[in-house]
Structures are given as C-alpha cells and as structure tokens.
Write a protein of this length. Structure first.
Lengths: 228, 228
DNA sequence: GGCACCAGAATATGATCAAATTCTCAGGTG
DNA sequence: CACCTGAGAATTTGATCATATTCTGGTGCC
C-alpha cells in the first residue's frame, strides 16, 4: 500500500488519458460524420459494446450525447437509429446552416492570420485530391475539416457548437449522396472563401459560404430525391 | 403482402411509462430552466442521486445529455457545474436567438389557427399576472411557455430544437437577473407578437420577436454587468 | 512550503430484470 | 392442399442497480 504510484515514470505511452465514454463518443461521432453508419440503420448498445470493445455504461452515455446532438434518433420504443432526413428536414438545415455558418465565416475573416489561411489551403488541396481520385471518405473528412478549421478562428464557441451539431445531422445523408453520385459532382466554393479571407472581406466570405452551403445542400436534396 | 410488419398502430399514451433517465432529465432540465440551480453551482452525481431519488446510471445519462445541450458544463477534471455566462457568450446567444426565433415566429404566423392564438393569449395573461405580482418562478415558466407554444406551430422541429437549447443556456442567468432586478423591469413584446399573428403578418411577427429577444437579452447583459 | 496520505466522488464493469421484437407453430380458410 | 393469420414462446436488447476501481482535492505533518 505504500507503493502508491510510480511517480516519475507515470508518463505512459498511452495518449488515452481520456475517459472511456469520451473515447466511445469520439469514435461513434466519427462513424456518423464520415458515413460508416447508414441513415435508417439501427444502433444497438450491445452491438457497440462488442464493436468498440467498451463497457455498457460508456456506450450508453455516448449514445445519449449523440441523441442530444441530433446525430442519433430515439425511436419511441427503446430503439435507436441513424436519422433519415426528409425534404422538410433539409430545408430547415439549409436555413440554419446559412445563417450560422455565414456568420461564422464573417467573424473568422477579420481574425484569421495569414498562416492560418495557409493551413486552410492545405486542407483544401487535400480535399481537391480526394475529389479528383473519387475518395469519398477522404472527401467527407477534408470537407468537414475545412469548415471546422475556419470556424475555430471565429472566436464564437456557441455558434461553432451549433454548426458542429448541424453537420452531425446531415453527415450520414451526405455520405449516401456522395457515395451514389460521386465526389466530382459536388460544388465547391472553398476557393472563393479563401479569396475573401485573403482580402479580409467579411461580406464576400459570407456570400461565398452561403453559396457553398446552399449548393452543397441542394445537391443532397437532389440526390436523396433521386433515391426516393 | 410480403411487407414485413407495422400493422398494430397501437398508440400507447401511458404517461407513467417513461424510463427513469428520461424523468431525471426532465426534472433536471426544469431545475436549470427555471432557476433552481445557480450559475457556477457545482452539480454532483451522488447529490442528484439523493435529491431526485434515482439510480446512478439514469442520473449519469441525464447529465451527459444536459452537457451536450450546453445546459451544464464539464470542467475538465471530473466536475460538472452550471455555466456562468460572460458578455461574449451573451452576444453569441443574442445573434443565434434573433435569427432562429425570428424565423420560427415568421413560420408560425402563417400556420397558427385562431384557437391557438387564444391559447397564447391565455399564457400571456398568466405571464402578466406573474410580472405584476413579482412571481419570479411564474414569470420564467410562462415566458418560456409562450415562446415554446408559439414555436410548436412553426412546423420546424430542428429549428425549434435549436431554440430550446439556447434557452437552456441562458436560463440560469435569466433567473439571476430577474431575481435581482425584479420581474417588472423586463420588457415584453408579446402583445406586439400576438397582434402580428392576428394580422397574419410574418414580417411584423419577426420584427416584434426580434425586439422581444433583443431587449430581454440586453436586459440580462445589463443585469449581469451590474452584478459583476 | 512541500510532500505523503486520506476521504470522497467519479468512472467503469458485470449481473439482473423487464420489455419488445422475432420466430414458430397450429388452426382456419379459400 | 397451400397460404394467411395470430397467439405464445424464445431470443434479443434495453434499463437499472450494486459494486469494484481509479482519480481528484484537501489536509495535516514534517
């Protein structure tokens, strides 16, 4: 008992200082955002316990969080599933994304540094490459990264949080559409956004963002309509 | 014929059949919205287990949900507390509330029935009474009810959900300010909103809502600044 | 003032109970 | 005779709890 803890060598190679429920949350979140889960698919607690090799309580807590995020859906009876978006949902998401993300772009414009713009360029290049090679997973990751990185400079944690949750809602549907129609078909206004950032023109950034959001979401609407 | 199944549309209206974690969530949510919890106050799992007479797992899940809602805050170490809003947070909340709630008012205007308007009038009368008698708790409840009831007619579940979460964020601070400055001091544009609804004028409703939101939030800003 | 120890709270596991869906098997009908 | 139908069993899955383990923060001693 005197041997409390090995004090100095406590630096474990294990970077996972995070609690289990947090790790499970991150993993599940990524699976939803980047499309390993299909809309309509049932999500079972015990299934995740096996898949993610975690205990029951952490999985439970992660699922509750994701439900609150709108990323998962509680189906009245005790079942949980990935939401299937309808035209009505998409219309609301378009409005919310336009107002919130345009404002984030506006705010980021006046605060972002030249070095940070270059970082966005790097992400956008990776995005272009993913689009060119038809790498759907890469496209989803890089596209999300671009927006998230931009918003991180807006100094608006609450608005960023709202935007993040919106992405969680349409992530699975985005995956479906880009899987079906391919990555090339998606519009991409990121170049315009980067231009606006360089010129430090908030309204131009907001406008470019509005187009990026609207065209992207409209594409999802069309893609899902085709699917029916 | 080959259809799987979905014949029994047995709609269960069993109210007492809610799971424990849902009940705990609702209770805690109400406590936060209507100010039984003070900003900065620590929230412990075991404390809630005793107070709400629930098991540990349900309490845990409810807390996770509330954290995801932004109603509670995870303090890095394993502590959870009620968030304390700063001027920056309030500024973001004002923007988000204005855009989202004005849109909800706009959408509700064209869909709400005369009978439903009367229901709002009833709520607003109760609100006036609470203001007149200085009933802080009643003021908070009726004010929330008015907005929620209005938004329920907008046929926009996602936007309503976002608005709901915003209320959870500033609920505790609203309580602090109204407790300190009294209920009379709060502006109230609900009469203008009701007028706009009767005239079926969406833009007028949105404008009245914008004033209600802005003046109310500005009042919170002033109240918190005085507190410091 | 720093360090070891301790109390208490949070995290995480597995077991147990309850509910719901699915499966199966008769029985009846065209 | 084949097929639809439905009641009930069986299985899967969710909800809850009791308990063990780990971590944090404070306290008292040197």
């Amino acid at each position: 008992m005197t041997e409390t803890t090995s004090p100095p060598a406590a630096v474990q190679e294990n970077p996972a200082k995070l609690p289990a429920h947090e790790i499970v949350y991150q993993k599940l979140r990524a699976q939803i955002l980047f499309g390993e889960l299909v809309p309509g698919q049932a999500v079972t607690i015990q299934g995740l316990v096996e898949t993610l090799e975690a205990g029951m309580t952490p999985v439970r807590e992660a699922i509750r969080r994701l439900i609150s995020d709108g990323a998962l859906m509680f189906q009245g009876n005790r079942r949980v599933s990935v939401p299937l978006l309808g035209p009505q949902d998409l219309e609301e998401l378009i409005f919310a994304r336009k107002t919130i993300e345009c404002e984030l772009a506006r705010r980021a414009t006046s605060r972002i540094s030249t070095a940070d713009i270059e970082e966005l360029v790097t992400i956008d290049n990776a995005l272009d490459k993913a689009i060119a090679t038809g790498d759907v997973a890469g496209y989803l990751v890089q596209n999300y990264s671009f927006h998230t990185a931009l918003y991180s400079h807006a100094n608006a944690p609450i608005l960023s949080d709202i935007a993040d949750r919106l992405w969680l809602r349409f992530g699975p549907s985005l995956r479906v559409v880009s899987g079906r129609l391919g990555t090339q078909s998606f519009p991409d206004r990121h170049k315009d956004i980067l231009d606006a950032l360089r010129r430090q023109d908030p309204e131009m950034a907001a406008l470019a963002m509005e187009r990026d959001v609207f065209e992207g979401m409209e594409h999802v609407v069309q893609g899902l309509r085709a699917a029916n």
